[in-house]
Write a protein that binds this ligand. Sequence first.
Ligand SMILES: [Zn+2]
Length: 273
Amino acid sequence: MLIFDEKKYAKNLLKKKEFQTYRQKDIERYILIRYLANEGMSTEEIRKELDKFPLIGCEYLDKKDVDIIYEKIIDRALSYPLVTGINTMIFKNEIDVINSVEDENARNLLFVLLVYYKWATTQQQLFFFSKHNNVKMAVTNDMDIWKYAGLMKLRVADRYRLCNQLILKGLYVEDNFKSNNYFYLPFASDAYGSGEVAICINNYDNILGELYIYNDPEHYKRCSECGVVIKKTRSPKKYCDSCAKEIKNKQNLRYYRENADLGKTQTVLSPVK
Ligand SMILES: [Zn+2]
């Protein structure tokens, strides 16, 4: 679970009215609390919203005990700030290093690692400064990185082989610290690094798309609603799948409302398909 933008994630939770994972729902609850507090809600108002997302195991407890549990959860959630609006800058010299990797999967992996590394080193709980290496090291998150890099189709052994390739080339360094794995990328400049900015990412829904559109602008474009990178097709599609769906829903809603207002049973017009 990698949440680059908690505000966006929380809005989606409220829309879907349920947690999106089973195992990580505590984290999801924290995100929701941070978002609601950030929107200016009082503890009581937050509490009311949380009731829509049941806390499993509390059915048999006294109301007083449940209140204490919620108090602790809210406290813990608010010990971190809401993660939102983080811009990740990728510099031209970094892209040059990435593009010098011949194997496409290894190249994609390195790009996603770079984006994650830069983002994670803005999150105090995800990195530490290694005096030994004189660099910020971010906690590894193989599974999510592989997903974003489109590597889930490969066997696990092959995914690790790609990591090894990057290690051998001196582009990726991993170290163990307090029983966690951390890594850094020797070619990464810090957030305010010098040089020409090639890519600025603020929508993390399609990280790999950012590399594709930079390298091959002929075949990629951006959704005109949310800015996420989409592949150009023969049809003149303007939106990404999720925005297209949302726009269609809104249009259908408007259609039904207008017709209900008129009290008509028009058969000439039909809802947008
Ligand atoms: Zn979109």
